[in-house]
Design a protein around this ligand. Structure first.
Ligand code: ADP
Ligand code: MG
Length: 226
């Protein structure tokens, strides 16, 4: 309970920051990117070309971080719609499939047919993609991800995303969802913050079970459509 409270407070700060800064910063970045591209059309040495390519990649990464901020700060104006969760899960798996294959990771699934929830389709898809992406990154290479979803007797739909990757300590689990918490060299530490935010808005919750060097299981419970 206390943990949850701290999370919510931190999220408010992030949201305010995001709203005021993100828009302002994006425009000059877009123009810098444009000039970089123009520069790349000039006669350049291989080294110069590489430096510019890296700069563009890093700019894109910064843009990605800003997009995640904006998602957090976005006012809840989108009306809730009826969502075919079964196909949203399928689409999310499809989106991540090439990233998984590239890392020799096999995704197995067992998803019940005709699962329905209410919410915003793009948001729940973002949650699933973020968590599957984390699972792939926790495995790094050669491993398995199990995805299952089923309607429970308590009126919730339960989605499980399990990996046999690096796993986490108790301490690490506690930090999940805090903005900027990342153990990755190029991580933003915002993926799960966004996930927690979205799932909470939908009246659901996320549970985590993890064991170091064994793997992790994320369970997302969402109210089923009545
Ligand atoms: P990022 O992926 O950018 O690091 P996230 O908010 O998505 O940020 O995740 C935060 C951190 O939580 C990760 O850096 C990682 O340490 C940990 N984590 C998330 N999912 C898993 C997982 N499936 N297995 C092990 N660690 C995880
Ligand atoms: Mg992530």
């Amino acid at each position: 309970m206390r943990q949850e409270l701290i999370r919510t407070e931190k999220m408010d700060v992030v949201s305010q920051l995001a709203a005021s800064v993100a828009h302002e910063v994006r425009n000059p970045m877009t123009s810098v990117r444009g000039f970089m591209q123009l520069m790349q059309q000039e006669r350049l040495t291989d080294k110069q070309d590489m430096y510019i390519s890296i700069s563009i990649e890093e700019l894109d990464r910064a843009q990605g971080i800003i997009s995640q901020y904006l998602d957090l700060a976005k006012p809840q104006t989108n009306p809730y719609e009826s969502i075919d969760l079964t196909s949203v899960i399928q689409q999310s798996i499809n989106v991540m499939q090439s990233y998984a294959v590239l890392n020799s990771i096999q995704i197995t699934q067992q998803v019940e047919a005709s699962l329905e929830i209410e919410g915003i389709k793009l948001e729940i898809q973002q949650v699933l993609i973020n968590i599957i992406k984390n699972a792939i990154e926790a495995i790094r290479s050669e491993g398995k991800i199990w995805i299952s979803a089923a309607k429970q007797a308590n009126g919730f739909v339960s989605i499980q995303i399990k990996d046999n990757g690096a796993g986490m300590t108790e301490d690490q689990i506690k930090k999940l969802g805090s903005p900027y918490y990342s153990t990755k060299e190029k991580g933003t530490g915002l993926g799960l913050t966004v996930c927690y935010h979205i799932v909470k808005q939908m009246g659901g919750q996320i549970q985590i079970k993890s064991e170091l060097k064994k793997g992790t299981c994320f369970t997302i419970n969402l109210p089923a459509k009545k």
